[in-house]
Design a binder for this molecule. Structure first.
Ligand SMILES: *[C@@H]1O[C@H](CO)[C@@H](O)[C@H](O)[C@H]1NC(C)=O
Length: 231
């Protein structure tokens, strides 16, 4: 006996809901939504609800507004300001890349961290204005499973961008790599085996009408707690 249109519709709905729930559970396991804090507005309004206990509390890792729970890694990623001040990448209290360390450059600044141990694996920048895009393709393709990928733009991340690179970043969980272009601001934390969108991403399009600086949008700051990957 064929199912009535009504029960077929119900079945579709149930399949859809099941799919959503499974996806949510998976994402939840890898990235903790609750801890996502993007501090663009919060800089302006410092927390007024601090108790006396926390006012003299220990400094948080990477200067986060609140410390991360156990089994989470603290991180803060700041994009470059125009072509003047370089970006920075901090992970678990360790400044991996910064102008002071003199290891940042025009284009895309990328740090790789072991998602289980939190150990820094490597850091590198790729000139996306006049560099060789194939170097970045090779770098992204060789990222091993279980790696966290932290990315900060500086000056121009877009000129040498191509479809292959966009695809590779999308596979790490990026939403905005698809549209990343000339002088856009971009900060992102993704993971090699994240089969969904990362909640840790900020993007600002270069738009002369609303740019903060003459030829560039405002810099972006992204901080949060990313769960340690356990097997
Ligand atoms: C991370 O570290 C663990 C423990 O040393 C190791 O087994 C694993 O292969 C490492 N993962 C990556 C992506 O390097």
């Amino acid at each position: 006996m064929a199912a009535s249109p009504c029960s077929a519709g119900l079945l579709h709905l149930l399949v859809l809901i099941f799919g959503l729930v499974t996806t949510w559970v998976f994402v939840r396991r890898y990235i903790n939504f609750n801890m996502k804090t993007i501090l663009l507005g919060e800089w302006i309004t410092p927390p007024l609800t601090q108790t006396p206990h926390t006012s003299h509390s220990v400094k948080t890792k990477c200067g986060l507004s609140k410390s991360c729970p156990d089994n989470f890694f603290a991180f803060k990623i700041t994009s470059g300001a125009a072509n003047v001040v370089g970006p920075s990448v901090c992970f678990e209290g360790q400044m991996i890349m910064s102008p002071v360390k003199n290891n940042v450059g025009r284009g895309l600044n990328i740090a790789l961290v072991n998602g289980t141990t939190g150990k820094v694996m490597t850091q590198k920048y790729f000139d996306m204005y006049s560099g060789d895009a194939n170097l970045l393709v090779k770098f992204l393709k060789e990222i091993p499973e279980g790696t966290l990928v932290l990315v900060a733009s500086y000056d121009d991340p877009g000129t040498k961008m191509n479809d292959e690179i966009r695809k590779l970043f999308s596979n790490l969980g990026s939403t905005y790599a698809k549209q990343l272009g000339f002088r856009d601001s971009w900060v992102f934390l993704g993971a090699k085996d994240l089969n969904s969108k990362s909640p840790f991403e900020e993007f600002l399009k270069n738009n002369p009408d609303v740019n903060k600086y003459d030829g560039w949008p405002e810099l972006l700051e992204l901080e949060g707690c990313v769960p340690q990957k356990v097997y």
